[in-house]
Design a protein around this ligand. Sequence first.
Ligand code: GLN
Ligand code: ZN
Length: 754
Amino acid sequence: MNDEQPTGIGATVLGYPRIGPHRELKRAVEDYWAGRIDEPALRDVAAGLRRATCTALADSGLDSVPGNTFSYYDQMLDTAVLVDAVPARFRDEGSSELDTYFAMARGRDAVAPLELTKWFDTNYHYLVPELGTDTAFRLAGDKPLAEFREARDAGVPTRPVLVGPVTFLRLAKPAADAPEGFRTLELLDPLVDVYAELLGVLADAGVAWVQLDEPAFVADSTEEELAALHRAYERLSALPARPLILVAGYFGDFADALPVLGGSSVDGIALDLVTAPAQLDAVRGLRGIRDKTIVAGVVDGRNVWRTDLADALSRCTPLLDHAGEVAVSSSCSLLHVPYDLDAEPSLDESLRGRLAFARQKVAEVARLGRALRDGEGAAAVDPPAAPRRDDGVRDRLTALGPEHRRRAPYAERAAAQRERLPLPPLTTTTIGSFPQTDAVRRARADLRAGRLDEAGYAERMRAEVERIVRLQEDIGLDVLVHGEPERNDMVQYFAELLDGFATTANGWVQSYGTRCVRPPILHGDVSRPAPMTVPWIRYAQSLTDRPVKGMLTGPVTILAWSFVRDDQPAAETADQVALALRDEIAELEAAGVAIVQVDEPALRELLPPRAADRAAYLEWAVGAFRLATGAAAAATQVHTHLCYSEFGDVIDAIDGLDADVTTIEAARSRMEVLADLAAVGFARGVGPGVYDIHSPRVPDETEIGGLLDAALRAVPADRLWVNPDCGLKTRGYAEVEPALRAMVGAARLPRPAR
Ligand code: GLN
Ligand code: ZN
């Protein structure tokens, strides 16, 4: 430990965005991939962004500035590379370190990349390290040290942030060639050795504090996992020369880890008091707390609302008599919110007064830090304006009883639908979107830039819809779609048309690697001023005798991919969205539409990390979907689309949605989903994907026929639908057209005598 450094943390944040206020990093990395700039040019951009971040954080009054928060792609990938957990298939003498790093993220020729998966229940995705008995950890890089030195040279001492060793192992997966039964936690000791070495190096360089993130422990933990946490931090905190250690647990309740860490000699614990305020009690009684810094995460790092400073302060002060130091911070890294509210000049003023993005949240933390240190109350600030209120919507929701979430029994619906829609067994369809061509994107850009007016834009989109309908007829699909050319994004499209939402101009947030999204802001009561999809579907249906599906995004997915108001339970907000969709469905029905699809690809994403919280979530999620679809006539066929292949945890909920037809990703998992569905007695229509749209490969008839044969062993032909895994918008026509022809061909082959 270094006695010359101040030992407190004071005001801090657990991490910061890194893509650049104008997505500079995205552009530079993509330029590098395309060969437009070289490595030194890319490194220059990165260094500039890091410098701007650390000086801005120091200047805005934080006492402790997080370091090592930069990444060219992902912090889990950085950690894997740092400890040399690089699978053999990526090791290539001819590649630079940086190219090997990107190959792990994106693949290289025939080499598949690491798997990408969601970072807890956020919209950020990390790369999953692959570990096996031949993984030989060693300290293979100096990124945390180099970034510390770089910031110090700019006058800012930082607190390097690292993924903690136990979370790293819990989030990694056994490599394909690992022995049967291998568990990644078996590698704890050698991994902790590397962390020990790293902490020594950082201490030598003058690092006062390091932050080790252990968010895996806000999920349910086994005895073995808790024992690993104990072992790791006993070892690291006993090192003779090391920085002070802060262990951070965020996105939920860290209570399981607290006794373990309290009993160890780590110097600080950071808690998420936004998601899990109730842990305050557990902390106060914690053994060992007198010697520790408690970092109170009271400024929401995942949402965009301004903090109620007095309330936030009142969550910190009860700790003052207990902890060695009470520091104040964001609840998690600010990676999950956009950079700066000041980059949104056209937001409505009363809404703006309710918002805080990363830069504003740093100022809030700094202010709370001063109030706490000086023993003052948080200086009064004007209370934010109240959210838009719509009594019409509220009254309608109050008046709806449980019967409004229930349709006629399935058998009755199925009979009515058979009569209305004579469809062949093994009905073929697609999930909704067709490839977004350059011409479509150009038309949208022209509309935004004022080079094209609304009427001209609509005309181009109608021409595209017509082309897509003709193509589907030519391919021989049974149930058609309009292709979604008019949608920039399946959530933003609806957010722009509903009241109660705002969209931003620059509110980009990293989703994975260079992919960024601009989540809409759901800020007030939601209502639907006008039909959102009816003219498009009606137009598409006017072109053909085959049924065209109405296409909507479901309430859970709309919430999951937006920043959502936090002044009322999510269940209530979801029901308001559902009510707007319910009205849209009624209008589609009135226009003669016989099939409506309500997509819920994010149903599983919002699943809480702890099993105990899941039932309550699924109840409101399923309830909202049923509110949206519950008024559909028996003869209207309701479809839903879900897009993940692992869904053991939500299988009952899928049944609970009560859709007439469920299309679901399955091509990669070879139809395993069907057995799971059969196990819960699922007896409605199901379309397991038979064409993996995440890969550029074009499957042939034989391959798809094989998948159909497998599916037919679990589902009778009159309930089995034939469709791709997901929408086609990210693919090109050169792949999509032959793949769909093969799909239709496979469905029409005589069977089983094939
Ligand atoms: N209907 C949407 C599409 O086809 C569904 C997308 C999704 O599942 N993510 O693009
Ligand atoms: Zn999908």
